[in-house]
Structure formats: C-alpha cells, structure tokens
Design a protein around this ligand. Structure first.
Ligand code: B1M
Length: 210
C-alpha cells in the first residue's frame, strides 16, 4: 500500500511532521493500526537500523528517525490497544553502576522498541541491587546492560553474579554491549549474548522471544 511505503520513507528521512500526517491519514482510511505499525513505522525503523549498521547513516539520523517513530506510535497506541496487539516481549535496559554514558543505550532502546519490544529503561549508573529488583518485579525476557568504560565493564559481571545469588539468572536472557565489550568478555562473564551495535542487539533480542 502506497501510504505505508510513504510512512516508512518519511520516517527514514526523519520527517516527523509528514509521518504524523500520513499515520493520521492511514487511520482515517481504515488501515489496521498493526499494519501501519509493522509495514510503515517499524519497516522504516528497521531499514534505518540496517543502514546505521552499515555506516550509511549516523547517530543524529537514527535519533531523528526515532523521534518520528515515537510520534507515529503515539497516535497508534489507543488503536493498538483496541486491536489487542501485544508487544513481542519485555526488555529491561540500563547503563551499569558508575557509568553515565547513555547515547548508545538509548539507541539500543529505540531499536528494541522498533522491533516491537516493550522496553523498561532504568537509566544510567544503575546498581546490581536495583537491576535484581527490576528483574524480580517485571520479569523481562531480556536484560540489556551497557557499559562504556573499562572501569565499569566489570559491573556487568557483578550484575550476573547478583542475579545468580537471587536465583533469577535463568529467568532472563542477559545481553551485554558498549564500546569496551567484546564477545570474549561476554563469554567470560557468562552473558547470553554480546552485540556490537544497536541494530544487531535488537535482532538478537528478537531471537530470544521467537
Ligand atoms: Co566519556 N569516555 N567519559 N563521556 N565518552 C568515552 C567512552 C572514552 C572512550 C573517551 C576517550 O577517552 N577516548 C573514555 C573511556 C575510556 C575507557 O574507559 N577506556 C571516556 C571517559 C574516560 C569518560 C570520563 C571518565 C571522562 C572524565 O570525566 N575524565 C567520564 C566518565 C563519566 C562516567 O560515566 N562516570 C566521561 C563522561 C562523558 C560525558 C558525560 C561527557 C559524555 C556522555 C554523555 C552521555 O552519554 N549522555 C561522554 C561521551 C559522549 C563519550 C564519547 C565521546 C562518546 C560516547 C558515545 O556516546 N558514543 C566516548 C568516546 C567515543 O566513543 N568516541 C567517551 C556514541 C554511541 C552511539 O556509541 O555508546 O559505543 P556507544 O554505543 C554503541 C555500541 O557500543 C553499542 O550500540 C551503540 C550504537 O550502535 N552499545 C550496545 C552500547 N550499549 C549497548 C548495550 C547493548 C548492546 C549494544 O546491550 C546488549
């Protein structure tokens, strides 16, 4: 449907106003909200994710596209509830204790939302105790930990140990990422997956709820 292609393309260009107008038009045309979401907004965000991964677009373009995505989904929320559309899964994300970097984490969050997850963002500088509590209370399928400093990357291990001690380790898939993190570090600390960038994080998270 042409209007869905236009939504996707406007989103990729970061044209939030056009996205809003087109989404309103699509709703008025009687297109189901789930279709507008999947074939319009999420299609656009998915394509931006691929181009970001290939270094064809950069952080500002992703942030602008994500703003357009948010404005579009805001219009669809009520309709989606009425149609009974469920998120594909629940994820918790944060930057670990002692670390204030959140640009990468926010990108990962946006990609996860773009992939259809309900994402709870605990924020930055989050202690293992708070993470354990959040996992206990909200029972996510996926927990994503971001660390940007060599001095805070070991906090990811601390979180995994705390989840083990709380008997919650096997209740959640743990993904780690951030500039100093590698596959071998992820293996060493017993995480379930490492992702080098936001787009692949969303792809891997999807496999955990498939
Ligand atoms: Co700081 N900082 N910083 N910093 N900072 C770095 C990380 C650093 C490499 C700069 C440098 O020295 N060259 C260096 C770390 C050195 C090291 O540990 N080896 C550093 C330092 C030293 C510091 C301070 C200690 C500086 C000081 O005060 N002396 C201090 C620490 C504060 C703290 O956290 N306690 C500090 C502070 C800051 C600012 C507050 C000023 C600011 C952060 C603002 C913010 O985030 N709101 C800042 C910034 C901006 C940077 C740089 C310049 C940029 C980081 C960034 O946002 N990149 C950074 C240098 C650099 O990377 N060029 C630097 C863009 C972002 C999209 O990439 O976060 O890597 P990134 O995320 C990627 C992937 O890593 C991945 O996906 C993202 C997108 O694809 N990813 C995940 C990230 N999290 C993931 C989680 C996942 C999966 C993938 O879950 C599974």
């Amino acid at each position: 449907m042409e209007i869905l292609v236009n939504i996707s393309e406007s989103l990729q260009k970061g044209k939030a106003k056009d996205v809003v107008e087109l989404v309103k038009q699509a709703i008025a045309d009687g297109i189901p909200a789930s279709k507008i979401l999947d074939q319009g907004l999420l299609d656009g965000m998915g394509k931006i994710g691929v181009r970001f991964k290939n270094n064809e677009v950069f952080v500002p373009e992703v942030l602008i596209a994500a703003r357009a995505l948010n404005q579009g989904t805001e219009l669809l929320k009520q309709k989606l509830l009425e149609e009974g559309v469920q998120p594909i899964g629940r994820a918790i994300i944060c930057t670990v204790k002692g670390d204030l970097h959140d640009i990468g984490k926010n990108l990962v969050k946006m990609m996860l939302e773009g992939a259809g997850f309900e994402v709870m963002d605990l924020g930055i500088d989050i202690s293992e105790d708070k993470i354990v509590e959040a996992v206990r209370e909200h029972k996510p399928q996926v927990l994503l930990l971001s660390a940007l400093l060599t001095t805070t990357m070991n906090e990811q291990q601390v979180v995994i140990d705390a989840l083990k001690a709380a008997g919650l380790r096997d209740s959640v898939k743990i993904m780690v990422g951030g500039a100093p993190i590698s596959q071998s570090f992820s293996d060493q600390i017993g995480a379930d997956a490492y992702s080098p960038d936001a787009a692949s994080a969303a792809e891997v998270a999807r496999t955990f709820v498939a």
